[in-house]
Design a protein around this ligand. Sequence first.
Ligand code: NDP
Length: 422
Amino acid sequence: MTKFIKFYQKKWHYRLITLLNDDLISDDEKTEIETHALNHELGDQITENYIADFTLPEGIAFNYLVDGKKMTVPMVTEEPSVIAANNNGAKIIATAGGFTTKIESRLMIGQVILENIDDADNVINQINEHQLDLIKIANTARPSLVKRGGGARWVRVRKLAADLISVDLAIDVQEAMGANSVNTMMEAVGETLQTQFKQDVLMSILSNYATDSLVESSCSIPFTLLDSAGISGEHIAKKIVSASRLAQLDPYRAVTHNKGIMNGIDAVLIALGNDWRAVEAGAHAYASKDGQYRGLTKWSIVSDNLVGIIKLPMPIGVVGGSIDIVPMVKINKKMMGIKSAKELASLVASVGLAQNLAALKALVSEGIQKGHMGLQLKSLAVKVGAVDEEVAQLTELLKNENRPDTEVATKKLNELRKKGDN
Ligand code: NDP
């Protein structure tokens, strides 16, 4: 009798054969996948059912000056124009003196949820009386973190409903993002609340709403640095302030405003091996903190300057997870010269502010499509099959078209090739 081996139990090569035998991929596609499996031993360590490394383009933004330090910023994104726009925004801000950042605390919140509570006020009092014990239990579960100077800092109890309580612990996670450390600590606290306090524990887990890991980045730009395409910098600054007000008032605009900010933030987080879903989730929740979804940046005019500020939760790390495992992440970290999680958080927030400046400046002056078009036409040329020098030639031809779409690009590419044959 042959033993049935599950997909995850198969060696990498046999996983590909399984996909081939199941007609999910062709021979050629199998060969293609193999070329993308750059390090299948490592891939197997990082994720389950590994078949290949999915690559995304990485580029560099050079113009960063954060708290007086020059920085080179690797960004991983598939979206054309993000890095070019980011570079432009960062350059204007660097010329104006750079970003100034502020971090008041860097604590992650963990939750133990208690349910089926009979007398919530009594349970809350009981837990409050034992806050120090709970802190001790959490710290005992993660001694290595305590040795590094981290650990649980405070306890807060919140009544979510008459029968439901959240016991929150704030944890200093030092240089890591801390998800696994916090989860371990919360499970230990949950176990104690279950066994010794005789409470029903629904779950014990980190919260991604990192309201005690807020980071702020700001800049002040003289109007003259915003002059563009014959439009005065003062006029552009005033329009940016209006655009900022719009993103505070209208959720339809605010979501797009914040998506643009996350274009830059996610690109750096991916390059640095961080959990961008965690930052995304926290950022959007923070954008809704007063009950309405609003823009994460605010722009105003002070004297003859455009002043910008961004503030958002930044649960990131410079160690942990896959950060010290993935080769490109190690190189990116070295290239940036980032030494601490606080430094990275400051930079990432600054990247979001630069991205927002570039987007708003383009929107209120020449419009967003002008800057995007060149790169989009290049992508279109590649999509219809242009190679080598054809890409530049076809892109140029498409610039003269009123409605450059796939059909037009295919036709133009065929014409280009015919011309080449003659
Ligand atoms: P790890 O679980 O990898 O823990 C941090 C690691 O870094 C530990 O091994 C720790 O060593 C080591 N370390 C070395 N130096 C330091 C230092 N100075 N400060 C702190 N730690 C140090 O990573 P995290 O706990 O940060 O978890 C992040 C990962 O968890 C991400 O991949 C994320 O995607 C994932 N995750 C996210 C969740 C969420 O967001 N809800 C849920 C679950 C997982 P030592 O062991 O000696 O302490």
